[in-house]
Design a protein. Structure first.
Length: 378
């Protein structure tokens, strides 16, 4: 499961080893319990330029955690296994889970059109919500343009000067969708696949329309509360990350640029596509519970795991807010990756939910989650 290091795909950069702590820290009673390759991959990511990494695995032997590198480049404070961090697009699996619960309750159908639930919202430059279904939002076959690829939006949020001006702005979901509507669709609904953050902004709006509550409220009530995910939150417009947490760093689109501290920001520009904050233990618990059928009835879990080809992402197929990745050793893991300023994350589990891994890099210009995942499961 390849996690792009930024929302706009910055190139990896090898930085000075002075940014890295000299060794990784591990927790748990078992020191050589099959996680050696995972630990080495985490250390390699730091050696390649990631400021710091935190990761937690969960299997039949219990929880195992490791860290490497630093959480604060100024003070040299190390990362913590309990760090909370912005998880970006991992939010999408939570949103999809709520919509599937609503389907199980008979409150909507995945084959409902977007226009039925949100009349006139998806319209313009060839977009037509009358011909796009909720299912197509969740598996990225809608063809809706991605608002994060808009040139003005990219200038405002993915450049140092633009981010400095707009990092604390509040942006409403309808405004994000309106940005996407300035562009033509990528393709006719249902005819191809392309990842679009706009799909899940719209999905969050559908949840609110059906329930009368913001999607964040429904996630909190239906998932965070029942699973006791106390480190997970949907901050809305709150700009800080709860403690314990590390600093988050970005070089934006230029790997030769200075390193910017981007820890504080208003995540409303990510909305239901990626605003969530969590920690590795909570993400392990969530994906384990989801895949073990504790959040969805069998029919809805089967729908979530019904995949289409994720064009351009090797060895990966996409379900409903859930990715199926075949590793080099043949093992399949289910989960999602997530990137947002200064943070690159991944959370995956085996199909039975009995072995999971979640990790975070606190820099967005270097590093690849794939070797860490391969080390853990292969």
């Amino acid at each position: 499961m390849r996690v792009r290091t930024t929302l706009v795909g910055a190139t990896a950069l090898l930085v000075s080893a002075a940014l890295a702590a000299p060794a990784a820290a591990t927790t748990g009673a078992r020191l050589d319990d099959g996680h050696t390759a995972t630990r080495k991959a985490v250390e390699a990511a730091v050696a390649a330029g990631v400021p710091g990494v935190t990761a937690t695995a969960r299997d039949a032997h219990g929880n195992w955690s490791t860290t490497a590198g630093v959480g604060d480049l100024r003070t040299g404070e190390p990362r913590s296994t309990a760090d909370r961090y912005r998880v970006g697009s991992i939010t999408k699996t939570f949103v999809a889970t709520v919509l599937l619960q609503l389907e199980a309750e008979g409150r909507l159908s995945l084959d409902d059109t977007v226009d039925r639930r949100l009349p006139g919202v998806v319209h313009g430059h060839g977009h037509d919500g009358r011909h796009i279904t909720v299912r197509q939002l969740l598996n990225h076959t809608s063809g809706i343009a991605d608002y994060t690829e808009d040139a003005d939006f990219a200038r405002d949020y993915f450049t140092p000067a633009g981010f400095a001006r707009h990092r604390y702005d509040t942006v409403r979901p309808r405004e994000l969708v309106a940005v996407a509507m300035r562009h033509e669709p990528s393709f006719a609904p249902g005819t191809s696949w392309r990842y679009s953050n706009t799909n899940f902004v719209v999905a969050g709006m559908v949840i609110e329309k059906v329930t009368g509550h913001p999607y964040a409220t429904e996630i909190e009530r239906r998932i965070l509360g029942p699973l006791h995910l106390r480190a997970t939150s949907l901050p809305g417009t709150k700009v800080t990350v709860p403690r314990p947490s590390s600093r988050a760093y970005s070089k934006f689109t230029d790997p030769d640029s200075p390193t910017y501290d981007v820890t504080t920001l208003n995540p409303s520009f990510a909305s239901a596509a990626g605003e969530m904050i969590s920690d590795s233990a909570d993400l392990d618990r969530f994906y384990s519970a989801l895949l073990r059928g504790k959040l969805l009835p069998p029919e809805q879990l089967k729908e979530m795991k019904t995949t289409v080809e994720a064009k351009g992402i090797p060895d990966t197929r996409y379900g409903l807010g859930l990715m199926d990745t075949r590793l080099t050793c043949g093992v399949h893991v289910w989960g999602h990756g997530g990137g947002i300023h200064g943070s690159a994350s991944a959370a995956v589990a085996t199909a039975d939910g009995r072995h999971s891994l979640a990790l975070n890099f606190n820099g967005d210009w270097s590093g690849d989650a794939d070797p860490v995942i391969e080390g853990e499961f292969c």
